[in-house]
Design a protein around this ligand. Sequence first.
Ligand SMILES: [Zn+2]
Length: 317
Amino acid sequence: MHRQKRPLRAMRKRARRAFCEVMAFRAGLAAALLLGMPLASEAAPAAEGETKPAQAKLEIAGAIQPGGLLFVKAPPGTSALKVNGQAVLPAPDGRFLVGLPRDSQGSILLQADRVAAPPVQAELVVPRRTYRIQRLPALGTTDTPAQDWLDRRAREVAQISAAKQAAAADQTAASGYGQMFSRPAAGRISGVYGSQRVFGGLERPPHWGLDIANATGTPIRAPAEGIVRLAGGPYLLEGNMIVLDHGAGLVTLYVHLDRLAVKSGDKVKQGEQLGTIGTTGRSTGPHLHWGLSLMRPPARGGGQFAEMRLDPALLLN
Ligand SMILES: [Zn+2]
């Protein structure tokens, strides 16, 4: 049975890779087209025998699709990178991390503003992504939670949010964001990013992560180097939970754990055990809910960082 499954899986993987290449090519082509516009005075053809200066361009890596995380390398002299006019913080390694939200679609303009040089632009074409939407009858009774439940929940939300804000505020604490991410646990994919349930027209929040189902006790390992910002619980919904900071405002979340093998403040290497799969909190069976968030600074400086929830599955190859 397994012998038959393997080639199919390899085929799917190849198909997926081909798709990514097509998208990368389309983005590259768009960039080239825009670069061909009369933006740069240095675009004049170099005279015979003269060394042609390297063409300034944006190098883009990552999945160009909703929920994807892009790594953008801007040309030398870049003072700011803007995504549809909004500036992005540079990562400690000088690249820019750009998240594509769940419902992004169509054209996105990247622009690198440069010191004493014309700006460089690239247009990304984000394809439409369809999500599994489950339409279910309206819930008969909606229980109003008790006040003590609400009070406890408010404290939990504040604690989890503070851990993410701490990661956002100190973007140089870890450098795992630059690594190739590995899968945090073995198991069956039982839930995907972006799917949503609608009860009688009432939309529940989308599923912000990837569910990996396996037996309680299955090890969960750090997909990349990081610093543990939170290892706590059990929380009412998340159960035992870990917030792992990979630097540059990139965090991964581990929810419904049976046991925690790390504590807040611990530094972990890629592959180091974080805990084990469980079914704590609001969960119907043992699985890991794996989330990925990019914390972005507020538009006008000061205040809290905003959380952009991305698809961790797109980080894996
Ligand atoms: Zn989940």
